[in-house]
Design a binder for this molecule. Structure first.
Ligand SMILES: [Zn+2]
Length: 566
């Protein structure tokens, strides 16, 4: 490709609407353009990246035994009524009516459609297992689309659905996909982690997330360096080491803490470290007010609390209700003498002589002890995991990383097949619901995640397997016949060798060309300047290294091949 013919309008300025790196760089480098909020055009370079991501995904899905089909975006209301999701999907679903007033959805996902499709044409256990997938646009009417391709309203997904006759079959399909996903992310050359997406504590369905690591990512994960364990911070089970609580219980004391509300303030005021404090949070769970006690420097995990209580609705209690029940308000609450159920985090059960609010404004209690001073309704794992927690598998200390969730695999079981009455006949001629799994990869999101993970202050640094082109040739002056001829020669040699190459034949200053090459992130840059060319040499620079290297003209192809082999 000649740069002069390439449709890649780069921008010098950072567009003001773009808050995160991938959004900024993809706009600046001419990869995407906004059509409307959360909806983008993929420009030619982006389209090449997406095609490469899709090809790797396709090859691995096919290798795992899946078959590709293509389902429609427009889906009739009826199938969503069958699953019961037409009513519950809410405003995130784009809905439309045809001229006959029939209602449709723009598919946010395809479980309903594939279940009804398979139900219509698969009747016997002999036709199972079956794995079907597609790469298709999806639609979600996000309330506030932002972060470019990260949270768009139209996005590209690979979604795959497995159908099995029994749960053993589902385990096999699931493991095939797990392995296929690992190969996809290895081949994309992205640093990633597989994360347990289920706490396991509630006996839910097995599920894993594939998270591309990036400091700017919105997911926080804890992981173990010693074994494979990794989990989303919100979902990670916290293991509490048995601590030495031989420390004798001291007498409980009420102390004045005028104006001191937060744990920080009270800790500083009393000169007692934060990990010797507990905080008491008031919630309304299905209409009943309850108290939750966690260590002062921890965060409550509402999902864990909700699961533990097995309640439908959970929210923070209103201040007036709290004051009525406790006789004090936030900042002065504690579990002692409370007339409601008290739930205590595991860690607190190991604490001695701690500090909490006295349920009287501007007073706290010190030397409080569980059992002696209050009796909780239950003790459970209720907090978010943090760096330094023990690995639940091997006991090693956990670390924290940030990343972007780009893949999710999930055992659905009979959730959709039962709701939609999708059945087959088993070996005994008995009607049974299909056992299903679903497996997604955000394709456009993966492109954005690759940029979040691989960039510097000058622009994108594409991993070689998904780079839009592999080599860019930059003659520093196109008006110099010798330089131009040498550039054309190298260009022809590389093209003939099947290497995806851009020749920057624009009549621009070398500085402008270098800036654009860095911005669009082409892995290998070959610079042709008058001085080195006199010695029959050119400069070759890898996008991710600062220094370039002089290479003989005759050795260029070999050198390029060596770099691309990585
Ligand atoms: Zn471990």
């Amino acid at each position: 490709m000649r740069y002069s013919e390439l449709f890649c309008p780069t921008l010098r300025e950072i567009p003001s609407e773009a808050e995160i790196i991938s959004h900024q760089l993809l706009l600046r480098a001419g990869f995407i353009r906004k059509a409307t909020a959360g909806v983008y055009t993929y420009m030619p370079l982006a389209n090449r990246v997406l095609r490469k991501i899709m090809n790797i995904i396709r090859e691995e899905m096919d290798r795992a035994g899946a078959q590709e089909l293509l389902m429609p975006i427009v889906q009739p209301r009826e199938i969503w009524e069958e699953s019961g999701r037409w009513a519950v999907y809410g405003d995130e679903m784009f809905r439309l009516k045809d001229r006959h007033n029939r209602e449709f959805a723009l598919g946010p996902t395809h479980e309903e459609l594939i279940t009804s499709l398979v139900n219509a044409d698969v009747h016997s256990y002999r036709d199972l297992p079956l794995m079907l997938y597609q790469i298709q646009n999806k639609y979600r009417d996000e309330i506030r689309p932002r972060f470019g391709l990260m949270r768009g309203r139209e996005f590209i997904m690979k979604d795959l659905y497995s159908f099995d006759a029994d749960y053993e079959g589902l385990d096999i399909s699931y493991n095939k996909m797990y392995e296929a996903y690992r190969r996809v992310f290895e081949r994309l050359n992205l640093k990633y982690r597989v994360v347990e997406a289920d706490s396991g504590a509630i006996g839910g369905n097995e599920s894993h997330e594939f998270v591309v690591l990036a400091d700017t990512g919105e997911s926080e994960i804890v992981y173990c360096d010693n074994c494979d364990y990794a989990a989303n911070v919100e979902k990670a089970a916290c293991v509490v080491e048995k601590q030495d609580i031989s420390e004798p219980m001291r007498d409980i004391e009420k102390v004045a803490t005028p104006g001191q509300k937060t744990i920080e303030e009270v800790s500083a005021f009393l000169g007692i470290s934060k990990d010797k404090h507990v905080k008491t949070l008031m919630y309304e769970a299905d209409g009943e007010i309850i108290a939750v006690v966690i260590r002062g420097d921890r965060e409550l995990n509402e999902a864990k609390l909700k699961n533990f209580l097995n309640c439908a609705q959970l929210f923070m209690a209103e201040e007036n209700k709290v004051r009525k029940l406790c006789g004090a308000t936030f900042g002065s609450l504690g579990p002692v003498g409370l007339e409601c159920k008290v739930y205590v985090d595991l860690e607190v059960a190991n604490m001695r002589n701690f500090v909490c609010g006295a349920n009287e404004d501007d007073f706290h209690l010190v030397n409080v002890n569980l059992g002696r001073d209050f009796v909780p309704e239950a003790v459970a794992d209720l907090r978010n995991a943090v760096k330094g927690d023990k690995c639940p598998i091997c006991g090693n200390s956990l670390d924290v990383l940030r990343g972007i969730e780009v893949g999710h695999i999930f055992k659905l079981g009979t959730k959709y097949s039962e709701a939609m009455n999708a059945t087959f006949l088993d070996q005994n001629g008995k009607e049974k619901p299909f056992i299903m799994g679903c497996y997604g990869i955000g394709v456009s999101r993966t492109m954005a995640a690759a940029v979040e993970q691989n960039h510097d202050e000058d622009g994108i640094i594409w991993p070689i397997p998904i780079a839009p082109y592999h080599v860019i040739i930059v003659p520093v002056n196109m008006k110099n016949d010798k330089l131009r001829t040498a550039a054309e020669d190298i260009y022809n040699t590389l093209i003939e060798a099947g290497i995806e190459t851009i020749l920057d034949d624009r009549d621009e200053r070398a500085g402008v060309k270098f800036k654009d090459a860095d911005l669009i992130g082409i892995p290998v840059r070959i610079t042709i300047g008058p001085k080195s060319l006199q010695e029959n040499r050119v400069e070759i620079k890898k996008r991710w290294e600062k220094e370039s290297e002089l290479v003989e003209l005759t050795g260029v192809l070999e050198k390029v091949r060596e770099i691309l082999k990585g």
